[in-house]
Design a protein around this ligand. Structure first.
Ligand code: ZN
Length: 285
């Protein structure tokens, strides 16, 4: 590893903390692992990284044996250090119920170096695009599915380039609010994500979700491969046979325009829960 600069020394040796929302790995999502900046020891797999909205990279598990826990001098928190070199990483918190492991390693970006996974078929992300009402709620309820490499809200299905939220709300651009998901097909199937999507929104409501009314809130699956189209039609058929009058459209994906920054991770930032979406079990498995 190259020598630490002054700011990295302040964190790793001086046990400092970088400002929240400032680190380069806070929102970072890519398959690979995170190494100790000081000694290069592998500390965390990218699969353990999750979005806690706290402002620092968060992991719910370390690579076994890679991270040592020590009582923080403040007498309250538990400090985490690299087990090999003792470099300061951050703190670990338990009992917050943010993930099934109930653990959050809150780590300074400056203590880490990302090492991308070698490119292989399983690392080639596949893209899924779902529209099902307010994209704040869809993103919030879809983001914790396993195997998701990236998720973001945006606009699709209209006829204006680079639409703004205000334009879409006027119903003149033809766009739907949607989320674009890049997932690892080796870890989660399109069908699993699609069934999840059909459970977290109401596919029987036309041009709206709950109190949100308008064509931008329509239910629509934008497929990116012929196989996704087949799956979508089959899953919709399955729901119809169960008695759901599904109105979800199945459409080839067109240009997806990422939404303005303030729409990303909306509920995590607001610290509230969606009013328009909740999960309802509609499938047997
Ligand atoms: Zn180290």
């Amino acid at each position: 590893m190259k020598p630490l600069n002054e700011e990295e020394k302040r964190i790793l040796i001086g046990k400092g903390t970088e400002p929240p929302f400032s680190g380069k790995y806070y929102r970072h999502q890519a398959p690979g692992r995170y190494l100790c900046r000081q000694c290069g020891a592998p500390l965390y797999q990218s699969a353990a990284k999750f979005d806690s909205a706290c402002g620092w990279p968060s992991f719910d598990a370390e690579i076994p044996g890679a991270v040592k826990r020590v009582p923080d001098p403040d007498g309250v928190r538990t400090e985490i250090v690299c087990a090999r070199c003792g470099g300061h990483l951050g703190h670990v918190f338990e009992g917050e119920e943010l993930t099934s492991k109930n653990t959050r390693h809150c780590v300074n970006s400056l203590s880490l170096v990302f090492q991308p996974a070698p490119k292989g078929p399983s690392q080639t992300g596949e893209t899924a695009i779902f529209a099902g009402g307010c994209f704040w709620g869809v993103e919030h309820l879809m983001k914790n599915f396993p195997g998701i490499l990236h998720i973001e809200p945006g606009y699709i299905g209209g006829h204006v380039e680079q639409p703004t939220y205000e334009q879409v709300c006027t119903h003149t651009t033809g766009h739907a609010e949607a989320v674009r998901i890049v997932f690892d097909p080796a870890r989660v199937s399109y069908e699993t994500l699609l069934k999840g999507f059909m459970e977290i929104h109401d596919p029987t409501q036309t041009d709206g979700q709950g109190p949100d009314l308008g064509p931008q809130y329509r239910s629509e699956i934008f497929y990116t491969t012929p196989a996704q189209r087949e799956t979508a039609l089959r899953v919709i058929d399955l729901l119809k046979k169960k008695g759901y009058p599904v109105v979800t459209r199945v459409t080839p994906a067109s240009a997806f325009w990422p939404a303005e920054d303030y729409h990303h991770r909306y509920y995590d930032r607001a610290g509230t829960q969606p009013y328009c979406h909740r999960r309802v079990k509609r499938f047997d498995e």
